[in-house]
Design a protein around this ligand. Sequence first.
Ligand SMILES: [Zn+2]
Length: 288
Amino acid sequence: MAWFKKARKPIATPEKTSRVPEGLWVKCPECDTIIYTKDLAKTLSVCPKCAHHFRLTAAERLRTLFDDEQWVEHDAALASNDPLTFTDTKPYAARLASSRKATGLKDALIVGAGTIEGLPVIVAAMEYGFIGGSMGVVMGEKLVRGIEAAVERRVPVVIVSCSGGARMMEGALSLMQMAKVSAALARLDRAQLPYLSVLTDPTTGGVTASFAMLGDVILAEPKALIGFAGPRVIEQTIRQKLPAGFQRSEFLLERGMLYLVIDRREMKPTIARLLRFMGAVPAPAAAG
Ligand SMILES: [Zn+2]
């Protein structure tokens, strides 16, 4: 049984994705340059001409950060069980099934343990291709377990956000994750371990309103959309035209919301430098 019925059709949203499509060539949406897909992989999916940052999958993101592109995944099998039997334009269960098929993941987050320039760290990366990287019960639980593992091993945490916000199909249960993850981060803080928050395009809604903004250092990729409500909603609410570049990384950096805007190709060394500065130490060399 559905809890709500929608009498009117939802507002149509223009589809504008920057995901790299299948094929040999891809056109940069910023500068219209045609780029060979293999060349794009070498530049970590950043346009070599105009530095447009294409969106990465969670696995691609982790490959750009971890040494030797290797990590040990945590809680890969956790999956949502549709607690509200929610249906909007189609049943939530069907959305879950198609997202699982499309991404090969059980939910919109990968948590991995590995090293960055030799420093042991736990990194969580969101998968936008899985219901818009939305935060449901599973994402919250995986983040908390990842943070708890970090406290136990005394290693830092990096969370790479790429999310449309809370997962409405899980109602208030998804909103609770904001408090739950924030509380786990407070425990990490009391254990005096660093937390770096990396914001990528887009970081919005309940993710922005909670853990994404709690980083000891908050970094962002260039021109990422970062905000709570989208610009269209704000314009309609306050009935004013918003300034150019509103809610983009550079705009937020100028106003003190972010610490750094970093090109993806510099992200890994920057994270390593920050972690060392905050006292992270390399793993002892493996025996033998
Ligand atoms: Zn370009």
